[in-house]
Design a protein around this ligand. Structure first.
Ligand code: SAM
Length: 218
C-alpha cells in the first residue's frame, strides 16, 4: 500500500489498470490538441501528480509548441519530478508546475479559461456525489464553451462508479465525446465538452475538497 502520493505513482510501473488508464488519457489529450484551432492552446491540470499524462503526450505532439499549461499539485516531490521533465522537453517557457493547492481558485488565475482541463485521479477522491456536483459546477470558472474535460474514475466492489459520473456530467452541461473502460474493466476514462459559458469569477474560493488517501486511492 502506498504511504503517500509520491509512492502511489510507483504503481504506474506495475499496475495494468493504471498503465492502460494513462494510455487512454494520453490518447484523449492528443485528440483534444488535434481538435484545437490554430493558435495558443491553454491547458490546466488539477491535482496533476508528476504530469506524466500531459508531458508524455507533448513529447511527440506537433502542437506542443502552441501549449500554455499550468499544472497544480500539492506534493513537492512530484512537482520536482514534473519540473525536471518539463526542462528536459525544453518546455519551461510554456508550462508552469505550481506546488500548491488545486482546490483553491486563485491558483488558476492567469491560466484560465482553459481549452483543455485534465481532472484525472480526482473524482474518486471526493467525499460523495454532492462534492462531485460542486466540482463540476465550479469547472465553469476553469472552462469556457467547448473546453475539453478529461477525467478518470475507478470502479471498486463491483460498482461501476464511472456510469454515475457520466450520468451526472450529462445533466450538468457536458457533452460526451468519448468514454472507454480499461481492458482491466475497472477504470473509466472520459472526455467531455463543457457546453456552458465561462464564469469569470469563482462562485467560491474553494472549488472542491480532495479527501482521498493514497492507500485507498480509487
Ligand atoms: C490519484 S493521484 C492522481 C495524479 C495524476 N492526476 C494522475 O492521474 O496520475 C491524486 C493526486 O492529487 C494530489 N493532491 C491531493 N490533494 C491535493 C490538493 N489539495 N491540491 C493539489 N494536489 C492534490 C496528490 O498529491 C496526488 O498526486
Amino acid at each position: 500500500m502506498p504511504k503517500d502520493w509520491y509512492e502511489w505513482h510507483d504503481l504506474y510501473n506495475t499496475e495494468p489498470k493504471l498503465q492502460q488508464r494513462l494510455e487512454i488519457v494520453r490518447e484523449y489529450i492528443a485528440y483534444s490538441l488535434n481538435a484545437s484551432p490554430i493558435g495558443a492552446i491553454r491547458i490546466v491540470s488539477v491535482c496533476a501528480g508528476d504530469g506524466r499524462d500531459l508531458l508524455g503526450t507533448l513529447e511527440n505532439h506537433p502542437r506542443a509548441k502552441d501549449v500554455y499549461a499550468r499544472l497544480v499539485e500539492i506534493n513537492s516531490n512530484l512537482v520536482e519530478r514534473g519540473r525536471a521533465t518539463i526542462e528536459s522537453l525544453g518546455l519551461a517557457k510554456q508550462i508552469e508546475f505550481i506546488n500548491g493547492d488545486a482546490t483553491i481558485a486563485t491558483n488558476y488565475i492567469g491560466a484560465i479559461p482553459a481549452d483543455i482541463a485534465i481532472v484525472c485521479g480526482v473524482f474518486g477522491n471526493l467525499a460523495d456525489e454532492a462534492e462531485l456536483n460542486r466540482l463540476l459546477d465550479n469547472l465553469s470558472f476553469l472552462s469556457k464553451k467547448g473546453t475539453f474535460v478529461i477525467w478518470t474514475r475507478g470502479h471498486s466492489n463491483g460498482i461501476a462508479y464511472s456510469d454515475n459520473v457520466r450520468k451526472i456530467l450529462r445533466t450538468s452541461g457536458f457533452e460526451e465525446v468519448n468514454f472507454k473502460l480499461t481492458a482491466t474493466q475497472d477504470m473509466g476514462i472520459g472526455i467531455h465538452r463543457y457546453l456552458g459559458e465561462n464564469l469569470p469569477k469563482p462562485k467560491e474560493q474553494q472549488l472542491f475538497v480532495f479527501s482521498g488517501i493514497p492507500s485507498k486511492a480509487r
